[in-house]
Design a protein. Sequence first.
Length: 93
Amino acid sequence: MAKQRIDMRKVRELLRLHFERGITSVRELSKLSNVGKTTVSDYLNGFKRSGLAYSQISALSDSELTAAIHGSQKTANPSMMTFMGGFRISTNN
């Protein structure tokens, strides 16, 4: 079953608690925002991957912030890329 995304007001509050109040504990952020620990971790990691600065989020719409956080979830596995690079693909029939 796919995870349900949380309301962007909660995401913004979560980021505010983390960046403005300096709360780094996922457990504490989870309690304060009433969001699961895994979800808190997923959103913080997604925000870090986005490359945005906290000061930029106020200018973003909810849909833009969602796209930034969830847009780059899949990254190439370097080990797999090295492994696959060892195979030659023949174009001869």
